[in-house]
Design a protein around this ligand. Structure first.
Ligand code: NAD
Length: 298
């Protein structure tokens, strides 16, 4: 049994803390929103009175926050969780943040003598609840081996991507590919509609031909061919458009600072910006097909 602090009990952190508790660990969670602390407590998660109190008693500190600013704000300073932690504590940040912010968080931990990893996830809220997340991990081999058993409780795949920041790099590169492929699949379906093809006919061809990809065969943007895809439930409870936009903006910041011309990535970012501005930003990003339809002539 390990003493684990989980800071950030939102959509993802709630389920992650519950799964660690179910696995027999001594978990103390904390969120600035009291209702979220109560919700986790109702599932058996211990609650600390502050993030630094949670960190002070922990062998492992997991953060699951919205932004790099929040992570650095929580890690740093005299009231931060690094100042509160005792020797030997490992810091596992699972938030999706920029590569630069992740490296800055690593430096704060390492300068104080702690092991740390950046470990963003994919799999969404459904994967967090089922304990089937994929963890993309950046950090030293020593830090990775310390963190791995906890990720194996919360996920089904754990990949050591490389040095500090490499987990965030893998996450934004993957989601850059995904964002573009979902637009491509959506444009294909809308063009197919105009040309008189049924969704099923196009699916049966493309899913077994060179158009095959996850955006088509798992997260199909039209209802019918893949019954579990969010399109069958009005695009609810999937990977929110606003989170896809967040990841695209992170990819564009990284492309800018590393001098890479991601022309389609830049265009995809504009398209998802429009989607988030005109549609429900909480709906699954495959809702982009409705943006394509709205831009097409009657
Ligand atoms: P969320 O907004 O539901 O949860 C984040 C929580 O952090 C909030 O409850 C907030 O109150 C809390 N928080 C912020 N500052 C805090 C502080 N100083 N101390 C304590 N708590 C603090 O977000 P989420 O959907 O759980 O996502 C968390 C991270 O995981 C994000 O970086 C997101 O991009 C990433 N992610 C989310 C999904 C998803 O499907 N939701 C999928 C993959 C990755």
């Amino acid at each position: 049994m390990t003493a684990i602090a989980v800071i950030g009990l939102g959509n993802m952190g709630h389920h992650m803390s519950v799964n660690l508790t179910k696995a027999g660990h001594d978990v103390h969670g904390y969120d600035i929103v009291p209702e979220l602390c109560e919700k986790a407590a109702a599932k058996g998660v211990g609650i600390a009175e502050s993030a630094s109190v949670a960190a002070a008693g922990a062998d492992v500190v997991i953060t699951m926050l919205q932004s790099g600013e929040q992570v650095q704000g929580l890690y740093g300073g005299p009231d931060g969780i690094i100042a509160a932690a005792t020797p030997g504590t490992a810091f596992l940040d699972c938030s999706t943040i920029s590569v630069d912010d992740a490296r800055a968080a690593h430096r704060l931990a390492q300068d104080a003598g702690f092991l740390s990893v950046d470990a963003p996830v994919s799999g969404g809220v459904v994967g967090a609840e089922a304990g089937t997340l994929t963890f993309m991990v950046g950090g030293t081999s020593e830090a990775f081996e310390v963190a791995r058993p906890y990720f194996e409780v919360m996920g089904k795949r754990v990949v050591h991507c490389g040095d500090p920041g490499a987990g965030q790099a893998a996450k934004i590169c993957n989601n850059l590919m995904l964002a573009i492929s979902m637009i491509g699949v959506s444009e294909g379906f809308v063009l197919g509609e105009k040309l008189g093809l049924t969704h099923q006919a196009l699916f049966d061809v493309a899913a077994n031909a060179s158009g095959q990809c996850w955006a088509l065969t798992t997260n199909c943007p039209v209802p019918g061919p893949v019954p579990s895809s969010p399109a069958n439930r009005d695009y609810q409870a999937g990977f929110a458009s606003q989170l896809m936009l967040k990841d695209l903006l992170l990819s564009q910041a990284a492309a800018g600072s590393s001098g890479v011309d991601t022309e389609l990535g830049a265009h995809a970012t504009k398209i998802y910006e429009r989607l988030v501005g005109t549609h429900d930003p909480h709906k699954d990003f495959s809702d982009i097909i409705n943006d394509v339809r709205e831009r097409s002539q009657e």
